[in-house]
Ligand binder design. Sequence first.
Ligand SMILES: [Zn+2]
Length: 257
Amino acid sequence: MSISFIDTHSHYQDKAFDGDRYELLERIHRENGVRSVIVIGYDIPSSETAVEMAERLDFVFAAVGVHPEECNDIPENWLDEVRRLAAHEKVCAIGEIGLDYHYEGYDKKRQEIVFRRQLELAKELKKPVSVHVRDASEDSLRILSDYGQTDGVMHCFAGSAETAEQVLKLGMHISFTGVLTFKNAKKALKALERVPLDRLLTETDCPYMAPEPFRGQRCDSSMIIKMLEKIAEVKGISVEDAAKATSENAVRLFGLA
Ligand SMILES: [Zn+2]
């Protein structure tokens, strides 16, 4: 297989992978062009597990951080814990962090504080961020712009083409999940048109968001080939070139060896 690509956002800690986690990762790395994988934490225990997985496999890297939906459920010393984990040599980013106003009962103020502390930590440690935003584009852009230019990625991008442009102005990258391949992906495809090839990344957010024709199944990084086919189509380039460009971006942004 000559095409290889990078999954910049995955959750292989998830129980969906309990039966075959390492077997699966080793197989898709060997046989399906999965060059590197970043396992992303969403609270302290899942960040810890991401680091353990990165220690075990050379092509796996970790991101550590607290997801906005977990921000009420973390120990008092959470920031020290993120800082401690981030010191590991295979931690390539702080994430996933951000804002999520999707479900009733979210705590805007608390989410903002937890997001800001982690943006500041990332700046201090000179690490990129993996940002999660759902139904909170305006507030996220306001907060991010307080920090000037930001190295990082707006993951699982679901905003408009206009929002994409604002994210790009902040110096950030954008990545799309399997959503790109869905029948109702018009908005995502419009946004994709605006993202220059040197700011685009690939990701799965697995075990969720499997692309067509696997929609509804457990997702894994090998399925990124379906996203690359879509990117190639929209950009009018070959799948090989789409894979090459997005991989180079990931290596540069996250400093992957
Ligand atoms: Zn995620």
